[in-house]
Design a protein around this ligand. Structure first.
Ligand code: HEM
Length: 405
């Protein structure tokens, strides 16, 4: 059998392996690109791993191997049953698909506020000034963070994303006494959220928002600790960042392909189809990991207990046995199985309707506000992907506003 080796942690490889993905699906559906890692290439196998949480638990999640996190600070993507099942059940009562509908007006407000700023500056970078703030601001508003504090909270939050906390649960892994966990790594954000939590716990009539919902929710007859509520709030804030990639990918396509923009402007019913096709063909999350608990056969190959599995989401979403012309961005697909951009099974993305709504509102408001050509890519713009091994979206999108263009 041909040996396929590639470095999943090198964005130069992981973001540019479309021809290799085709070969893997055809010739080596479960490969061993790196020692101790099995990579699933086909749709059916990738979906099977997502669904089989018993053989492929989430313990360890996306963290570096060996990283220890206090139970109350765990994020959903690094938990397994029964805690995960109970928390999901609890969360679905407060973070349900109806919430996206409820958040739509606030999202329009956020989107227009960001366009106001871009207009005032005659342009800007749509990734940092539009795609990035939309999901964070919408989630912050849902949590009940006052609008005047949103920028401050977003700034603290972006700060910890650029430390060693996401992968190692410590602020600086090369410093022996470096603070640990969310509380240690992000003291200002933690104190701020702590104060918001206390205020709600003590209020006779707390505000009707997501933070109150999390505080009052019933987890197996008990209330969640402050640490758990804080971790869930951070989980919602961080999980939304893939929406930045979705919006970035869609706006790059809209601004670089006049025909595509015209088609969507002429028939807005096609916007949801464009969103699904973007999620499929340029999946914002390229792959995710699981750890194998017991030897399990996948795609004719035994994945052994202890091995990590990289579920090749982006590769599976271009499986030619599932999608005709899989590399083509087509608006006329129908009857095809749902892509795996939001995962599948017990950890299916909780924010999928929220992400779809945010992308739809961003495009609709763009069409309402600007005539064709009024918001355009800067003349010297050059497309580059953000250099991250498992994310897929533009690093920047420089635009200019040309009123009356
Ligand atoms: C285009 C945007 C998004 C993409 C591509 C995306 C993708 C995913 C994927 C693939 C998973 C599964 C993780 C796993 O199986 O380990 C996931 C989980 C999750 N997502 Fe999203 N997501 C997006 C937006 C959002 C938004 C806007 C929110 C909330 C505000 C959100 C909240 C979550 C949460 C809480 C989980 C954990 C679910 C669990 O482990 O039970 N996501 N997301």
């Amino acid at each position: 059998m041909t040996e396929y080796t590639f470095d999943l942690f090198d964005p130069e490889q992981s973001q540019h392996m479309w021809p290799l993905m085709h070969e893997l699906r055809a010739k080596c559906p479960v490969s061993r690109p790196m020692p101790g890692i099995a990579y699933t290439a086909r749709y059916e196998d990738t979906q099977a791993v997502f669904r089989n949480a018993k053989a492929f638990p989430s313990v360890g999640g996306f963290r570096a191997q060996g990283t220890v996190v206090d139970e109350d600070e765990l994020l959903l993507g690094e938990m397994d049953a029964p805690l995960h099942t109970n928390l999901r059940r609890m969360l679905l009562k407060v973070f349900n698909p109806g919430l996206a509908k409820k958040a739509e007006a606030a999202t329009r407000d956020v989107v227009n506020g960001l366009f106001d700023r871009i207009d005032a500056n005659g342009g800007g970078n749509l990734v940092n000034e539009f795609g990035l703030p939309i999901p964070v601001s919408v989630t912050a508003r849902l949590l009940g963070i006052p609008p005047e504090d949103t920028e401050k909270v977003a700034a603290w939050f972006f700060e910890i994303l650029h430390t060693d906390w996401p992968a190692y649960n410590v602020l600086h892994r090369d410093q022996p006494d470096s603070p640990r966990g969310i509380t240690g790594s992000a003291p200002e954000l933690s104190a701020y959220l702590g104060e918001q939590i206390t205020r709600r716990r003590e209020a006779a009539t707390p505000p009707d928002d997501l933070l109150t919902g999390l505080i009052q929710a019933d987890l197996d007859g008990e209330r969640c600790s402050d640490d758990r509520v804080r971790a869930l709030a951070v989980n919602f804030l961080s999980a939304g960042l893939s929406t930045t990639n979705l919006i970035g990918n869609l706006f790059y396509r809209l601004l670089s392909d006049d025909g595509f923009q015209q088609t969507l402007r002429a028939d807005r019913e096609l916007i949801p189809k464009a969103i699904e096709e973007s999620l499929r063909v340029e999946s914002p999350v390229l792959f995710l990991f699981r750890t194998t608990a017991e030897d399990t056969e996948v795609g004719g190959e035994v994945i052994q207990a202890g091995e990590r599995v990289a579920m090749g989401i982006a590769c599976a979403n271009r499986d030619e046995t599932v999608y005709d012309d899989p590399d083509e961005f087509r608006l006329d697909r129908s009857g095809t199985p749902e892509h795996l951009a939001f995962g599948a099974g017990p950890h299916l993305c909780l924010g999928n309707t929220m992400a779809r709504m945010e992308a739809k509102v961003a495009i609709e408001e763009f069409f309402d506000r600007y005539a064709p050509g009024e918001l355009a890519l800067a003349p010297d713009y050059h497309f580059e992907l953000m250099p991250h091994y498992l994310e897929y979206g533009p690093e920047r999108l420089d635009v200019v506003v040309r009123r009356g263009a």
